[in-house]
Every structure is written in C-alpha cells, then in structure tokens.
Design a protein around this ligand. Sequence first.
Ligand code: GDP
Length: 207
Amino acid sequence: MPIFQHATFVTSVNQLRDLPPTVMEIAFAGRSNAGKSSAINTLANRNRLAYVSKQPGRTQLINFFSLGNDAYLVDLPGYGYAKVPEAMRIHWQQLLSSYLSQRPALRGMVLVMDARHPLTPLDRQMLDWFCVTGKPVHVLLTKSDKLSRNDAMETLAMVRKELQHWGNASAQLFSSLKTQGVEEAEAVIAGWLQPFENHIPDPVAEP
Ligand code: GDP
C-alpha cells in the first residue's frame, strides 16, 4: 500500500496556533540523528523530501506533507540535540507535548529510534505524552543494517516487551540504507488512515 508515494511538501510551522486545519495526520518523531528524515524519504521513495543532510537540531520546524485523500504526514522536530539553547528546548518541549496530547486530527505516531540506542529517556517522554491519548504508536528501529541479524532480533524483542508499558504500541526493524521494512510500516500506517467512520464503535443497544 504505497501511501507515501505522492507526498508533497505543504508548509512549515513554528507555533501551535499556526497548525493548518486537517482531517487526519500521522506524526513522525524521533531523536535528532535517529534516521527520521531518511526513513521518510525511504517510505516516500524520494531522495530529498525530508532533508537528510541538515545540521542536527537546526530544522526546528513542524513540516507538513500532503499524502492525498485528506491525510498529512507531520514531520516533528528532532529532539535531544545537546547544543539547542535552553529557551528553545523548552519551547519545543511544550509544543511537542501539546501537539501530541491535544491534536484531534492526529491518528498515530511513528517514533523513529536508532536500533542501536532504542528507548532513550526522551523517547520514553514522547511515549508518555502521546500514549495518554490511547492512540497507536509504531516504533521504527532504523539503521538495523548496522546490527547483526541476531542482535537486531534481540533488540526488537526487548523493545516490544518494554513497549507493553505504554499499551497501544508496536515496533519493527527498518533500514533506509537497505530499504527494509517499508511494506510493514506502510501497512501499519495505512491502517490508521482508514476513513473515520471505521473508527466509530457500533452503538451500544439500549436495554
Ligand atoms: P534525522 O536527524 O533523524 O532526520 O536523521 P537522518 O535521516 O538525517 O540520518 C542521520 C544519519 O544516519 C545520516 O548520516 C544517515 O545517512 C544515517 N542513516 C539514516 N538511516 C540509516 C539507515 O537505515 N542505515 C544506515 N546505515 N545509516 C542511516
């Protein structure tokens, strides 16, 4: 299900009040340098949709990409870059926590982690902010090509076990370098973008 093939850049915003009105969104989050831009480019099968060569911590904007059919991919600023000034760090923490916990159009979050360093304290913070909503999270353990097959499988099992703590969270291995894990990720995300009617539970019959 190639849901990202027609992704086009729409806008960048720096403030919650500037968020465009949308029907449905999926957010991509991750630590700076985790491989988020590469993962977005790989899923979209494009080289420079989300810039890979940016300086860590510099692209501090929320980028919106249209996927067509009223759906948007929202590329959140990478976090955890040590050289960001304190005031900017606080601004982005507040913005990310408010966006993740209060955005009605948000259907799910893709959390990108370097498979060699999964579940950092800031990744856990993102999960805490988002999972109170009950919406789904899918973790991409990227750069998995840097691990042996055994180590990658062990990491995946460990992360899946830890994610049980947050409830509605799944994980998979991913490699932008080897283009691995694309179909699995697309299938999960496509499931979040079903027409809204499908998410409304059947009415409970009155006694
Ligand atoms: P971002 O800051 O999270 O957007 O990270 P980038 O996508 O810019 O990637 C950070 C660095 O990791 C770059 O040097 C990429 O070439 C490298 N990288 C990203 N994904 C992979 C991958 O799947 N495998 C390998 N080996 N390197 C990767």
